[in-house]
Ligand binder design. Structure first.
Ligand code: PLP
Length: 375
């Protein structure tokens, strides 16, 4: 199987560590190991004593016990730890789908939600978000997409790249649809916890539907992408068995120091969320002002959750706009051509502490290019 190149990741491979200013990152401000250990005095001794033999295949029991606390009804033996969320997506698609199957995928979206399936010979139908409705999806459209071959519905909430978060009613309608058709509900929840209003938090899908697979990671909500730690949680014994078997051909087990650090992070989930949300809220205030002043150039639907939003350019092409911005200022945005969504949008990230400075560079660039266009 040879999936088509993951365009967004190829772009980051080229630019993430060379661009002077990042303005499209989805992972919020991170921290050093020292800052994480400071949440638990004495934990440095535990790190020093961490045994560097193999860890347990589904993840260290101590870590899985912590992860289970993030759900309501899931036990630690209903969780499999993976190396980042990405490994778990690949494993789910590879172990639960087969050529000739059909899946419905929320789009625009994260490319591995559909490219791995497509490469396997699985037919993918997009369930399209509607920009004019604030990037909402409509559950009433799902019945028209289902076929006798449909095996799974793939959703992402809070959503990458739009920051859309369904209401509880919409979420319930999605679950009811999946249950009616006995579909796997693969629910990418890597931004869960980053709701801008905590009252909007949805349940983990695995808590409300027996054929749901909730995907979590420490990369986004906890701001610890370098730990490379993700997991799936599900009540389905079949999924647990098949994904465990598949993991034998991937990383087998996780990194022992990574699992030790991850358990600390999960114990301090509330504090880590508060840290990210503080940054997000103050950055969003600046973006409100920016997009009001720049309404002639951009259309912006303020996200309800997460660290990213999807902006429409009212004139011009996103790829050219982003390339010029990068060349002249060193600011990196992500054009929608890399998300398989035309050439009029870009992804903007607002989870980093330096966003105000980078936004000011973008602002100045817009002034400078407006002047040079006028002259
Ligand atoms: C929606 C979504 N799912 C999964 C991933 C992959 O996460 P990880 O870095 O933990 O592999 C990302 C990363 O950007 C993402 O945005």
């Amino acid at each position: 199987m040879q999936p088509t190149p993951f365009k967004l990741e190829r772009y980051f491979a080229q630019h993430e560590f060379t661009a002077r200013h990042l303005l499209c990152s989805s992972d919020p401000e991170s921290m050093s190991i020292g800052e994480l250990l400071a949440f638990e005095p004495g934990s440095i001794d535990g790190l020093r004593e961490t045994w560097l033999g193999y860890t347990e295949h589904p993840g260290a029991p101590a870590l899985r016990r912590e992860l289970a606390t993030l759900c309501e009804n899931v036990r630690d033996d209903e969780i499999i730890v993976h190396t980042g969320a990405q490994e778990a997506i690949y494993s789910f698609m590879s172990s639960m789908l087969a050529p000739g199957d059909h899946v419905i995928v929320h789009m625009p979206g994260y490319q591995s939600h559909y490219s791995v399936a497509e490469a396997m010979g699985v037919k993918v139908s997009p369930w399209k978000a509607r920009e004019q409705a604030g990037w909402a999806v409509d559950p009433d459209e799902l019945e028209a997409l289902v076929t006798p071959a449909t095996r799974a519905l793939v959703i992402c909430a809070p959503h990458n790249p739009t920051g859309y978060l369904p209401s509880r009613d919409v979420f319930d309608a999605i679950v009811a649809f999946a249950r009616r058709h006995e579909l796997w509900l693969f629910s990418d929840e890597v931004y869960r916890g980053l709701e801008h209003d905590p009252a909007d938090r949805l349940p983990a899908a695995c808590d409300v539907y027996e054929r749901a697979i909730s995907l979590g990671a420490l990369s986004k909500t906890h701001g610890l992408a370098g730990l490379r730690l993700g997991w799936i949680a599900t009540k389905s014994a079949e999924v647990l068995r098949r994904m465990s078997t598949f993991k034998d051909y991937l990383t087998i087990s996780n990194s022992a120091p990574g699992e030790y650090l991850a358990a600390i992070a999960v114990r301090h989930t509330d504090a880590l969320i508060a840290r990210s949300i503080d940054i997000v809220r103050s950055n969003l205030c600046l973006l409100d002002d920016f997009f009001t002043r720049r309404a002639d150039r951009f259309e912006w639907h303020r996200p309800r959750a997460g660290t990213i939003g999807f902006v429409r350019l009212k004139h011009g092409h996103a790829e050219q706009f982003c390339a010029e911005l990068l060349e002249r200022t060193g600011v990196l945005l992500l054009p929608s051509t890399l998300i398989d969504y035309g050439d009029a949008h870009f992804r903007l990230g607002f989870g980093r502490r330096n966003m105000p400075d980078v936004l000011a560079i973008l602002d100045a660039h817009l002034d400078a290019t407006a002047t040079s266009t006028a002259s």
